[in-house]
Design a protein around this ligand. Structure first.
Ligand code: GDP
Length: 206
């Protein structure tokens, strides 16, 4: 399974702006600077498709990209990749944080075509409190979560599993999602790309 086409589709700041249609949605979320834009561009093999949100306080939007993937039998699958704003700016004022939550919560609760949430966590460090809170919230609300550990090229190969273990335990995945796996990913080497595409393909074929 590989992505053969990716293009910008829509931007929403509230639920009235969600694009109409039947396409299955796969969402991407993570702390600001976790490497979400880089991972989306790596997955789509399209530099500049997703752009980093940049400085805190910038307008928070949900961005939709229409993707086409081709299976080994040459048949095609279309779906929507949904890029959500980064969370966890430490210095954000309380009121802005409340707005963020409401805006994003609305997406989680109103998107009936959402089939998978890819939550990105930096492989180099133990998960932050915001990562843990977001993971728990998504699981509690019955969402299907695939944790992807970013910047894997910054950790030596022999230590990757150790870091994966720290994240697994930090978010309490053993209890909340027994049998779940974390995919180490590098947007620099594209390590983990095939594995993540395989997870997405299986969701789309379900
Ligand atoms: P976003 O804010 O989550 O969209 O993060 P970006 O994709 O803009 O990445 C934040 C920073 O991390 C940038 O300086 C990227 O070059 C760097 N980065 C992102 N992914 C990787 C990766 O897989 N490996 C390495 N070495 N750096 C990365």
């Amino acid at each position: 399974f590989n992505i053969t086409h990716a293009s910008y589709a829509a931007t929403a700041v509230n639920s009235s702006q969600y694009p109409v249609g039947e396409l299955t949605e796969i969402a991407f979320i993570g702390r600001s600077n976790v490497g979400k834009s880089s991972l989306i561009n790596s997955l789509c093999r399209h530099n500049g498709l997703a752009r980093t949100s940049g400085t805190p306080g910038k307008t928070q939007t949900i961005n939709y990209f229409r993707l086409t993937g081709k299976l080994s039998d040459q048949s095609r699958l279309e779906f929507m990749l949904v890029d959500l704003p980064g969370y966890g700016y430490a210095k954000r004022a309380q009121s802005a944080r409340a707005t963020w939550s409401k805006f994003i919560e609305e997406y989680w609760l109103k998107s009936t075509r959402l089939k998978l949430v890819c939550q990105l966590i930096d492989l180099r460090h133990p998960p932050m409190e915001s990562d843990i809170n977001v993971y728990h919230w998504l699981i509690e609300h019955g969402l299907n979560v695939q944790v992807v550990a970013t910047k894997a090229d910054k950790i030596s190969k022999s230590r990757i599993q150790q870091h994966i273990q720290v994240i697994t335990q930090g978010i309490n995945m053993g209890q909340l999602h027994p049998g779940g796996r974390i995919i180490p990913y590098s947007a620099v080497t594209n390590a983990g790309r095939d594995e993540l595409l395989d997870v997405i393909k299986n969701i789309l074929l379900k």
